[in-house]
Design a protein around this ligand. Sequence first.
Ligand code: SPV
Ligand code: MG
Length: 295
Amino acid sequence: MRHDGPARLRARLAQPERPLRLLQAHDALCARVVETATCDDDPQRGFDGLWISSLADSASRAQPDRELVDVGTRLASLAWILEGSSLPAVFDGDTGGWPEQAALLVRRLAQLGVAAVVFEDKAGRKRNSLAADRLQQEAAGVEEFCDKLRAAAHARGSTGPLIVARIESLIRGDGPDDAVARAHAYVEAGADAILVHGPGPTAGPVLDVVRQCRRAGLDVPVFVVPTAFPDVTEATLAEAGVDVVIYANHLLRSALAAMRSTARTLLQQRCAASVDADCVSVADVLATIEREPSR
Ligand code: SPV
Ligand code: MG
């Protein structure tokens, strides 16, 4: 399937009648679920893109989210996802490594037609942002991270993936002023968009940073990941100036809950019929993998 993710994402972001919603997909079957999801209340409502999460890519290989799954492995699974889905994909590029490595990743993603890549301002050994030890995460120096963004923006050229700078100040406990200052520096260095991350339990601190950035004239798209403040609605995020909402891990987490329950019930009942009602039929699986998604 041919992908022109960057052009499509830019076009959608230029007409922000509502925030775009992305859902995590760690394999091609997930991507198909995202692409074909429908809403009974509103047949027009769907997902606008895929989030290629480092957490989900790691977890689906039973590895911690610490940049252990190599880029080649992640790109191979991404190629399968893009083969089966026409939705724009946003790739979680973790720290991006050295500037040269970030630039190489951008060029490889450009070849695949990936819409955007997110780099986060962490240094040293990368931890998941919501992990218990998140406060121990070393911050990337502003200039050091700007060098990486400049290298990524140069590699992007005019047609490559949007470069999204992810600000982890609130995750680290560094406060909103640090986040706002970094947002401006990163956009100045060439980021096309920012992602403001936060540890919850409410959306308040993230929304304050977004509002402060908007008041100060920052006019690039803003991405938010509401995992740790799940009560916030898309409407509230939109009011604060958010352009893209990422449901970052919900297919992984719901699948894990279902798989555990099925395994437990089979052990208890020792009969396949005990879980049949909780499973889709084999005919459904066959239809899902044989049907072309609506394009
Ligand atoms: C991911 O989905 O891999 C993310 C979001 O980076 S978080 O898990 O909140 O760090
Ligand atoms: Mg990640």
